[in-house]
Design a binder for this molecule. Structure first.
Ligand code: SF4
Length: 103
């Protein structure tokens, strides 16, 4: 019998490809009011920026720079997404309510 198994590439996490690997983590958790510019400079051109941001959004990370975005910037995205969900729900519910009202 022939062995047809192939060697799969080692599975990597997005974190393994981060630009910030080996960078002082304190840089990404600046004091309130301190500049985020240095951290964002590390994030610039980071191959996994979208994964990083999504991870932070999905896990409710409240502190630090993730995906090149500050806490305030992520809050804005969360609000926009929540608003979009409400609008979509209203779009779905409105025709159903009209059908019920029409009897
Ligand atoms: S985007 Fe995320 S993973 Fe990439 S450098 Fe910035 S903090 Fe690190």
């Amino acid at each position: 019998m022939t062995d047809r198994s192939v060697e799969l590439p080692i599975r990597q996490n997005w974190q393994d490809l981060a630009n910030c690997l080996g960078v002082d983590p304190d840089l990404f958790f600046p004091e309130r009011g301190a500049s985020t510019r240095e951290a964002k400079e590390v994030c610039r051109n980071c191959f996994v920026q979208d994964d990083c941001l999504e991870y932070a959004l999905q896990n409710g990370e409240k502190f630090g720079i993730w995906g090149s975005m500050s806490e305030r910037e992520r809050r804005r995205i969360r609000r926009q997404r929540a608003l979009r969900l409400v609008e979509e729900a209203e779009r779905v519910e409105a025709p159903a309510a009209e059908r019920v009202a029409a009897g």
